[in-house]
Design a binder for this molecule. Structure first.
Ligand code: R2B
Ligand code: URA
Length: 307
């Protein structure tokens, strides 16, 4: 079987790279993580990782690391504090709490794409088996008010195409943006009647821009009418698209290509059928952004045998 064969997917759960060059290199420098296979013992540092949680901002992912530490009762060695492992990259932040990695991915497909190349290689060098990747994010709801959760079953681009398209050597390469539907359903099943929000599973539109790319009327430029905007949003809503954000396409396509199970769970900040501006108070937005974290924490605890 050639290493390009989709059916050749990691019977032992190891993360395999679809790149024969890496094994032939003396060392692999994970430049944007400030780590390397020559400078660090990546197996010793990361060999026990199981759950890789990513989200946009360094602060939120630091906060998730502290939250999950409490949730799983993880104790840091006496006298130590939580460390940003990638602080000297000045790009992304990464925290490790036992089997959980909490990493910031920045905004947009290029940022999350670069990070995923390096985190997937990190898992390979660390010889991690069966990792599960999560994106915990924010999004605009399509027909859903602020504060609800959307778990993506399929990511589509701004043209509703279910793949990531990338120019490589002057040709367009398309990679299917598939997510693990069973994992999505399992996450949904972990929300309860007592949660002050609904948890939906559906399609997510991933765009290259927050303003014109998401049909907003409030960017620096706008060449369409409100009527045209609403026609588009209603059309995608009719196609079971529940939300819009900016990373799921690359997240789904690159994890799928690496044979890694992955889920995208985002909280809506507003209903785009009613407006464009994110106008809720900081306090409310902060509380909403804890909601994906709560569900992912339940998943992690369940799979650590704690519930
Ligand atoms: C959601 O929020 C960010 C834009 O405000 C972007 O990273 C995304 O996907
Ligand atoms: N993130 C997005 O990408 N869009 C929104 O409307 C809100 C958050």
């Amino acid at each position: 079987m050639s290493y390009h064969d989709e059916s050749d997917e990691y019977p032992d759960g190891a993360v395999r790279l679809r790149n024969p060059n890496i094994e032939l290199m003396d060392q692999d420098i994970l430049y944007h993580l400030a780590l390397g296979s020559g400078s660090h013992d990546l197996h010793q540092m990361f060999g026990d990782v199981k759950f890789i949680c990513m989200g946009g901002t360094p602060k939120r992912m630091e906060q998730f690391a502290n939250f999950i530490m409490d949730e799983i009762g993880y104790k840091l060695p006496a006298g130590t504090t939580l460390l940003d492992i990638s602080q000297y990259s000045y790009r992304y932040s990464m925290y490790k709490v036992g089997p959980v990695l909490s990493i910031s991915h920045g905004m947009g497909i290029p940022s999350v794409g670069i990070l995923l190349h390096e985190v997937i290689k990190l898992m390979y060098h660390a010889r991690v088996r069966d990792p599960v990747f999560f994106r915990l994010g924010t999004c605009g709801g399509i027909g859903l008010d602020g504060g609800h959760l959307v778990i993506t079953d399929e990511a589509v681009d701004g043209m509703m195409r279910p793949y990531l398209e990338l120019p490589v050597l002057g040709k367009l390469v398309q990679r299917p943006s598939k997510l693990d539907v069973e994992l999505a359903k399992e996450l949904q099943s972990l929300s309860t009647q007592d949660d002050p929000f609904e948890t939906h599973v559906g399609r997510t539109m991933c765009t290259y821009d927050f303003y014109e790319g998401q049909g907003r009327l409030d960017g620096a430029f706008c060449d369409y009418t409100e009527k045209e905007k609403l026609e588009f949003l209603h059309k995608i809503h009719d196609n079971n698209i529940l939300n819009m954000e900016m990373e799921s396409l690359a997240f789904a396509a690159l994890t799928h290509h690496a044979g890694i199970r992955a889920a995208v769970i985002c909280v809506t900040l507003l209903n785009r059928l009613n407006g464009d501006q994110v106008a809720s108070s900081k306090e409310v937005l902060n509380e909403w952004q804890n909601r994906p974290q709560a569900i992912v924490a339940r998943y992690i605890k369940k799979h650590m045998g704690m519930t």
